[in-house]
Design a protein around this ligand. Structure first.
Ligand SMILES: Cc1cc2nc3c(=O)[nH]c(=O)nc-3n(C[C@H](O)[C@H](O)[C@H](O)COP(=O)(O)OP(=O)(O)OC[C@H]3O[C@@H](n4cnc5c(N)ncnc54)[C@H](O)[C@@H]3O)c2cc1C
Length: 484
C-alpha cells in the first residue's frame, strides 16, 4: 500500500500537556504545523462506565506497569488531549527551589508563561461546594489538629462535580488540551491527524527528514524541517532508544521519576458520599519540604473497593459502606529513579522502577499523618495501604504503624506523573535536550513533554510541562522566522 505523504514546516507528535501547547505556539507564530496523535477525539457524551472509559482512553486499558518490587501501576492516556483528558485537573506551579535546581530559566523568567498557561486553561481555586464530602471530612480532621487543608486549583469551567475526572469529564468541564490549546492550534491554521501512530524517523543524509507511521487508512509519512516529540515520558524515550537517536549522553530513558503514591481510605459513621464533588479537591502541603503531599482521591466502586483489605463477611461490610468512605493519596517527591526501555512483543515501552528505602520511610510517615487526620475527623477505621498494618482504628494503632519496620514491598503503589527520561540541561554529556528543549545531538529535533523535567517536582506537573513547552516553542518559532 502506498503511503500518504504530508509536508509541513514543523510536525508535533502528541496532543497532551506538552504537544498541544507546542503546536499552538508554533501555529500562532505562523509556522506551518502538522499534529500527529495516536488516539482519537472523545466527546464528553461518550464517557460512561469506568471500564469503557479506561479501554478507550488509557493505553493498554490503564494496565501499564513499572516493573519492580512492588510493581507500580503507571497509567497514561491515549487521546486527542493526551493524559490531560483523563487527569484530575489539579494545577500547581513548580516549587521555586525545584526550578532553581534545574539551572536553566529562573522562576521569574517562567512567571509570565505560568500566567498565560493558567489563563488559557482557566485555572482557579475550586468553589467550596465542589469539595463535597471527601473534602469536608478531611478538613474537619485538619481543623481538629490545627493543620491547614487547602482547596486545590483546577482547570475547569462550569464544573458540576460529577466526580469522574479520571474517566473523562461527562460535561466537558475539564479544560484539557482538547478543549483549549488544540482548538486554538487549529484556529491558527495547524492541521491535526488523530488516530495516526508514529513508528519511525525518516532519515536523509544522517539528518531527520520526517516521520513514518500508520493509521487505520494505511501507512503515512510526514516530511518536515523540524520534529517535536511530545509523546510523554514513557513513549518519547522508548521511541528514541528504538531509533538509536539523540542519545550520545546515554541519558535517554534513565532518571525516571514517577511521584509514587499510596491510597488511604477512611470509613465514617456518617454518609460521606465522596463520589459527589471533585475527587481531588483538597490537599495538605504541610510536609512538602519532606517531599510528601496529601491530595484527595476517590473513584467509583470498582477500582476503589478492589484495593481494600479483608475477605468474606468483613470485606462485604466494607463494600456495603461505600457511601461512608472517603479517600486521599500520599504522593512522594521521589529520590528513587527508574528506567524506560523500548517495548517487547508490540508493547510500546518497558519501565523499571524500584522504590528506595528513604522513599518508603517517607511514604510510611505520610500515611501515618493522613491516618491521624482522618481519625481526628471522626473516622472509625482507616485502610492504610501499608501491608504490615492494613487497618488502624485509633492513634495507638498509628504509633504501632510508625514503629513497624518498613520495606518497599509493603505498599500498593500507583503513579501518575512519569518525568525525567529525556532530561533538559546545558551539559550535553549529562542531559538529552538544552533549555530550549532542542536535542544536543540533532539540531532539528525537540522534546516538549514531561520527559524533559530533570527531577521529581513534588507537585502535579501539567502546568510545568505546558509552561516549558510554551517557552521552548515560542523560542523555536522566533528562530525559524529569523532563518527564513
Ligand atoms: C489518572 C491521572 C491523573 C492525573 N492528574 C493530574 C492532575 O490532576 N494534575 C496534573 O498536573 N497532572 C496530572 N496527571 C499527569 C499529567 O496529566 C501528565 O503529566 C501530562 O499530561 C503529561 O503530558 P505529556 O505531554 O508529557 O504527555 P501526555 O499528556 O501523556 O500526551 C502524550 C500523547 O502522545 C501520544 N502518543 C504517544 N505515542 C505516540 C505515537 N507513537 N504516535 C502518536 N502519538 C503518540 C499519546 O497518545 C498522548 O496523547 C495525571 C495523570 C493521570 C494518568
Amino acid at each position: 500500500m502506498t503511503a500518504q505523504t504530508h509536508h509541513c514546516k514543523a510536525v508535533v507528535v502528541g496532543t497532551g500537556a506538552g504537544g498541544a501547547v507546542a503546536a499552538t505556539m508554533l501555529a500562532e507564530a505562523g509556522v506551518d504545523t502538522l499534529i500527529l496523535e495516536w488516539g482519537r477525539r472523545h466527546a464528553g457524551s461518550e464517557h460512561r462506565d469506568v471500564v469503557d472509559s479506561m479501554s478507550r482512553m488509557y493505553i493498554e486499558g490503564g494496565a501499564t506497569v513499572a516493573v519492580g518490587c512492588p510493581p507500580v501501576l503507571i497509567p497514561t492516556g491515549r487521546a486527542v488531549g493526551g493524559t490531560t483528558l483523563i487527569n484530575s485537573a489539579t494545577c500547581f506551579r513548580p516549587p521555586r527551589e525545584k526550578v532553581a535546581a534545574w539551572g536553566g530559566p529562573g522562576y521569574e523568567t517562567l512567571e509570565p508563561y505560568f500566567c498565560e498557561v493558567e489563563q488559557r486553561i482557566n485555572a482557579g481555586v475550586l468553589d467550596e461546594e465542589l469539595l463535597g464530602g471527601n473534602g469536608r471530612v478531611l478538613k474537619r480532621g485538619g481543623d481538629a489538629l490545627g493543620i491547614v487543608v487547602k482547596p486545590l486549583v483546577h482547570n475547569v469551567r462550569d464544573c458540576k462535580g460529577r466526580g469522574r475526572c479520571a474517566f473523562g469529564c461527562p460535561v466537558d468541564a475539564k479544560q484539557s488540551t482538547d478543549q483549549t490549546f488544540i482548538p486554538s492550534a487549529l484556529a491558527a491554521g495547524a492541521r491535526l491527524l488523530p488516530s495516526h501512530r508514529v513508528d519511525t524517523f525518516i532519515m536523509k543524509d544522517s539528518r531527520i527528514a520526517g516521520l513514518w507511521g500508520h493509521s487505520a487508512e494505511g501507512p503515512f509519512e510526514v516530511l518536515a524541517d523540524v520534529i517535536v516529540l511530545a509523546m510523554g515520558a514513557l513513549f518519547t524515550p522508548a521511541f528514541l532508544l528504538k531509533q538509536r537517536m539523540a542519545n550520545r549522553s546515554g541519558c535517554v530513558g534513565r532518571n525516571l521519576n514517577i511521584h509514587p503514591a499510596c491510597r488511604v481510605v477512611a470509613e465514617f459513621d456518617e454518609i460521606v458520599d465522596a463520589f459527589k464533588g471533585v475527587p481531588q479537591g483538597i490537599c495538605v502541603d504541610l510536609w512538602a519540604s519532606r517531599g510528601i503531599m496529601i491530595e484527595g482521591i476517590f473513584t467509583p466502586p470498582g477500582p476503589l473497593l478492589a484495593s481494600l483489605p479483608g475477605a468474606g463477611a468483613d470485606y462485604k461490610s466494607i463494600t456495603a459502606a461505600y457511601r461512608h468512605l472517603a479517600g486521599s493519596g500520599v504522593m512522594i517527591s521521589d529520590t528513587s529513579t527508574g528506567r524506560v526501555r523500548p517495548g517487547l512483543f508490540g508493547s510500546p515501552f518497558q519501565a523499571f522502577y524500584q522504590l528506595g528505602t528513604a522513599d518508603a520511610v517517607s511514604m510510611r510517615f505520610g500515611i501515618a499523618r493522613l491516618c491521624e487526620l482522618y481519625l481526628a475527623g471522626g473516622a472509625k477505621r482507616v485502610f492504610t495501604g501499608f501491608a504490615p498494618m492494613p487497618v488502624v482504628c485509633n492513634t495507638r494503632d498509628v504509633a504501632k504503624l510508625e514503629a513497624r519496620a518498613v520495606n518497599p514491598t509493603d505498599f500498593e503503589l500507583l503513579a501518575f506523573h512519569p518525568l525525567g527520561t529525556c532530561a533538559m540541561g546545558d551539559n550535553p554529556g549529562k542531559s538529552v535536550v538544552n533549555f530550549d528543549l532542542q536535542s544536543h545531538d540533532a539540531s532539528n529535533l525537540y522534546v516538549m513533554d514531561a520527559s524533559v523535567i530533570p527531577h521529581s517536582l513534588g507537585v502535579n506537573p501539567q502546568v510545568t510541562i505546558m509552561t516549558l513547552a510554551m517557552r521552548a516553542a515560542r523560542n523555536l518559532a522566533a528562530r525559524s522566522s529569523r532563518q527564513s
